[in-house]
Design a protein around this ligand. Structure first.
Ligand code: GLU
Ligand code: MG
Length: 455
């Protein structure tokens, strides 16, 4: 282990902390430590070190090419004007989040730094932290929760044999109880605190929802939960797909994001004068999310498979509007009631698991801040199915991949919130996918990418 000193003959507190985390993990039998980063196309990558190198992983970091950010779903690389084959970033471990996740194995999230130690403008995790700081500077504190939908398959990616499937069914739980019990215990042991675990609508589709947390912690938790779901599935001789469209003729996987917001001690989505108790600033926050949808669909749901999921009738929120408990609206409002102990929140339904969760959360929070700063008024609520004719404006989202990428590329808001290098990179990886699968039957594309977003 390297000796690190603060320069005055005394160990810096963070070095002492890292050393005690290392010692604890080693005594818990950990041998291998991995630090993860998520690329612009939503894939998870990692570097691993023997546990004795935890302090070095935190301080100097491990080398990784800038191209790690632009690896594509098909393992292509989409170089940009700022990302080529030259150069090296340092992937630094966030030791405060490190934990043992399996026999001999520990995990932690990592951020990209330049060689001189400064945060890389390409780092999605660093960008999210920066957006959270911008909200905090204006007195705003968000909490976010996430829902992980996934489909179980055989080890080689086929359909699981089963007598039938009932949506949200007890039968599915009976059939997969060994997996589900193991998964619950594993998520609890990793400190992820799952809120709910249930069978979803689609065949072999399940969902885990995680409790509200500060945004970076939420995104880290989502990355870890995917890893753990994969580990447990493998233990039970299955594989797991986090594709937005695991099977061309099946249900889509969503990755809905929930957001509650406070200014100092005041909740912004309850206790106000607006509909359902929404405050004026809460209304502007919702307006900001909706105003930013065109700008950010290229971040939320822009893989080559995403448009197949983002359609009316699939509960993916394919309408640019909001409504109380409206599952066809991009923004589903969840009011503060006795039945909702977490309090009022908004759920952004359009996000799918091909999104980089850090960038999706940054885009959502940046849109909220934009709405509040511009004082945007809360749009009219859509109380019915937005696809039906009604007393509301037409709101259908056009999920076409080329359209959403052009909008992202042209968006000044996206450039401001995510930075031009990230925007260019996100557009590049998705255009690479578009080119690679142009003219390919969705059945084949779904098959080729079934495990592209599995940890
Ligand atoms: N599977 C749906 C989606 O793709 C969501 C279903 C639900 O409302 O939970 O977003
Ligand atoms: Mg669901």
């Amino acid at each position: 282990m390297e000796a690190v000193s603060s320069g005055a003959g005394q160990e810096a507190p963070e070095n002492i902390m890292a050393e005690s985390i290392r010692a604890q993990l080693e005594s818990d039998g950990v041998t291998l430590l991995v630090g993860t980063a998520v690329d612009f196309a939503g894939g998870t990558h990692c570097k691993g070190v023997p546990i004795r190198r935890l302090p070095a992983f935190r301080q100097a970091g491990m080398g990784a090419s800038p191209s790690w950010n632009v690896f594509c779903a098909d393992n292509g690389i989409a170089f940009t004007s700022s990302i080529g084959p030259i150069g090296d970033l340092r992937l630094r471990l966030d030791t405060a989040r490190v934990r043992k996740i399996d026999d001999g194995l520990a995990w932690g999230p990592a951020t990209f730094h330049e060689q001189d130690g400064s945060l890389s403008p390409l780092c999605p995790r660093g960008r999210l932290a920066g957006v959270v700081d911008s909200l905090a500077a204006r007195g705003l504190s968000p909490l976010m929760g996430t829902e992980l939908e996934f489909v179980l398959t055989t080890r080689d990616g086929g359909h699981l044999p089963k007598p039938g499937w009932t949506a949200y069914g007890m039968g599915a739980v009976v059939e997969r109880r060994a997996f589900l019990v193991d998964l619950t215990a594993t998520l609890e042991a990793a400190g992820l605190g799952p809120e709910q675990i249930h069978a979803e609508y689609g065949e072999d589709q399940f969902e885990v929802s995680l409790a509200p947390a500060p945004p970076v912690e939420m995104a880290d938790g989502c990355v870890l939960a995917r890893i753990l779901i994969g580990i447990v599935a493998a233990r039970h001789n299955m594989a797991v797909s986090f594709s937005p469209l695991p099977w061309a003729d099946g249900a889509g996987n969503g990755a809905h994001l929930h957001l509650s917001l406070k200014r100092d001690d005041t909740h912004l989505f309850s206790g106000g004068e607006g509909p359902h108790g929404i405050t004026a600033e809460g209304g502007s926050a919702i307006a900001g999310i909706l105003a930013g949808l065109d700008d950010f669909l290229g971040v939320y749901a822009a893989s080559v498979l995403s448009a197949h999921r983002l359609r009316p009738g699939r509960w993916s929120g394919a309408a640019a509007c909001w409504g109380l408990e409206n599952r066809e609206a991009a923004v589903r409002f969840v009011a503060a009631t006795a039945g909702n102990p977490h309090g009022a929140n908004v759920e952004l339904k359009v996000v799918d698991p091909s999104a980089n969760i850090y960038l999706a959360a940054a885009a959502l929070l940046g849109s909220v801040l934009h709405g509040i700063e511009a004082g945007l008024p809360l749009p009219v609520e859509v109380p019915g199915n937005p696809a039906d004719a009604g007393d509301w404006p037409a709101t259908a989202i056009d999920p076409d991949q080329a359209t959403v990428l052009n909008a992202l590329e042209a968006s000044q808001l996206a450039g401001r919130i995510l930075g031009p290098d990230i925007v260019e990179g996100v557009v590049a990886v998705r255009r690479h996918e578009a080119g690679r699968f142009a003219g390919t039957d969705p059945v084949e594309t779904a098959q080729a990418l079934r495990f592209a977003w599995s940890a």
